[in-house]
Ligand binder design. Structure first.
Ligand code: FAD
Length: 481
């Protein structure tokens, strides 16, 4: 009769699977979010994601009140393992509804919460929400998970029908939302950043909440048809910038995939390619679900035999990579973008990942962890998938002998240096020809007074030499143990 909806990576009040099911099945429904100290305690105090979450929670609280007067979001701060069962007991609910989160740590947390709830006589019901197809929904003819993207994508597209992109009509049973008893919620309901031990991190570059997602989508839709042509150029406003919203569920994947599909069916090439990117997202989610060993290990296990560079010099190179001081302008611009904004363009994620692993010979897990700390859109499945793709250790990855050349990538995808000049202003006065590899410029091409090694670093590695070493390093995967 009474139920609680536990929000996690789904911070919206429309087209929400768990909320819909709870409202349909129970006559009194409360909504809650736990600021989980088991996750938050490990984050830097100026983590950008925390203000994004708090702003999104505030908007969700108001929106739930708009569905039914007196309703809203109960926010608790503490370990979810304790807080969630405690709240369920205080409210006397028999059922808790939540959407699937297939990260291994989240699955373990949910199993523990389920056990505690059952001790209280309550059940935890979970359901698909954050992808179009999850877990075992798209399998090969032999009922095994796909390890190669293109056949997965074809099977995904064959299975898609309007049912899977239909929104959950939450407002149909909104009258079942219950007013929040004063004793279970703090006031104000959503705490301030400082109240949970975090500090401001400057202006957020991605607008938060459902309204932020809507604004980005409105801005993107007129560009959708051109996405295929613009998506690879970091100096151009090509992609949607919706990844953070997909991560926190401030937009529904069904809504986005439905739009992409509709335009794709009308023949929009841009929409077809964008839909394909959304399918990559489902692909990596099912990879993580079926192969949780990818957290910390190569998908292709023999690649764990590779010996990565270690020691003082490698540490100094890693630091230079993190700080955008490698001497390769496109790599440095990209790393400064992630450091300053919490976002990095997809093409550049591939370039800098390849550079760390195949030019500097540093373990992909170090780069993965750095991205996990910096990215507003950090998503374990996509980040791990992207890193393992670039490092050639993953499923359907780049072959190990394909090594991005950071200079030709720069010439090809930032030809006029628009992106480089934005993030590496000390190179702004260099002519386009010299911008991509300043160490190769003739003295006459450099602005007066510009000294390489003083005003901008010399390259910390020679790409051609590194290439040869990488081929040697990866050769171990061919030798039997
Ligand atoms: P758009 O081009 O507008 O694409 C739309 C959406 O499709 C994205 O928002 C995202 O949800 C999804 N998508 C696009 N490309 C991919 C992809 N290759 N894999 C999975 N999903 C994809 N994406 C994340 O969301 N979180 C991460 O932590 C993350 N880490 C990455 C690390 C590396 C090394 C690489 C190579 C890629 C990573 N990606 C990650 C994928 C991709 O770079 C981002 O999703 C994309 O740049 C986000 O920008 P956008 O929203 O403008 O994308």
């Amino acid at each position: 009769d009474a139920a609680l909806v536990w929000f996690r990576r789904d911070l919206r009040h429309t087209d929400h699977a768990a909320l819909y099911h709870a409202l349909k099945n129970a006559r009194r429904v409360w909504c809650a979010f736990v600021l989980d100290t088991d996750i938050l305690d490990a984050l830097p105090r100026q983590d950008r994601r925390v203000p994004f979450i708090l702003d999104s929670l505030a908007e969700l609280d108001t929106a739930l009140g708009g569905l039914k007067h007196g309703a809203g979001l109960i926010v608790r701060h503490g370990s979810a393992l304790k807080e969630l069962p405690r709240l369920a007991a205080e409210l006397g609910v028999q059922a808790v509804y939540a959407n699937h989160d297939d990260d291994p740590a989240a699955l373990a947390r949910d199993a523990a919460v389920r056990g505690k709830l059952s001790d209280l006589g309550a059940a935890l019901y979970t359901t698909k929400d954050c992808v179009i197809f999850e877990r075992n929904e798209v399998l090969t003819g032999n009922d095994t998970p796909y390890g190669v993207f293109t056949p997965y994508k074809n099977a995904w597209l064959r299975k898609l029908d309007p049912f899977y992109v239909k929104p959950y009509p939450v407002s149909r049973h909104a009258e079942h939302l219950a007013a929040i008893p004063a004793k279970v919620a703090a006031s104000p309901r959503v705490p301030a950043l400082q109240d949970i031990g975090f500090e401001p991190c400057g202006e957020l570059k991605v607008p938060a909440g459902m309204s932020g997602a809507e604004a980005l989508l409105d801005d993107f839709l007129p560009r959708l048809d051109r996405y295929d042509k613009t998506r690879d150029f970091p100096g151009v406003k090509g992609p949607s910038y919706l990844s953070t919203h997909l991560r926190f569920g401030t937009v529904s994947i069904r809504h986005l995939a439905g739009l992409a599909w509709e335009h794709a069916q009308k023949g929009s090439r841009g929409a077809q390619v964008w839909l394909s990117e959304l399918i990559w997202r489902d692909f990596y989610h099912q990879v993580l679900f079926h192969h949780p060993h990818v957290v910390g290990h190569a998908y292709k296990r023999e690649y764990d035999r590779i010996k990565w560079r270690r020691g003082k010099e490698a540490e100094a190179d890693f630091k230079a990579w993190c700080e955008g001081r490698t001497g390769y302008p496109l790599v440095d611009a990209a790393m400064r973008q992630i450091n300053q904004t919490g976002y990095m363009h997809n093409r550049l994620r591939m370039v800098v990942a390849s550079f760390l692993v195949k030019d500097l010979g540093i373990d992909w897990r170090r780069g993965e962890a750095y991205f996990a700390e910096q990215l507003l859109d950090f998503d374990l499945a996509a980040n791990n998938g992207g890193w393992q793709w670039a490092a050639s250790t993953g499923c359907d990855a780049q072959p190990y002998f394909r090594i991005f050349n950071p200079v030709s990538q720069s010439e090809k995808f930032d030809t006029q240096g628009k992106f480089i000049r934005r993030y590496v202003p000390e190179l702004a006065a260099l002519p386009d020809r010299a911008l991509h590899a300043p160490w190769q410029a003739r003295p006459a091409e450099l602005p007066e007074g510009f000294v390489l090694g003083r005003d901008y670093p010399k390259p910390i590695v020679a790409h051609d030499e590194a290439r040869a070493q990488t081929l040697e390093r990866y050769a171990v995967v061919k030798t039997p143990t």
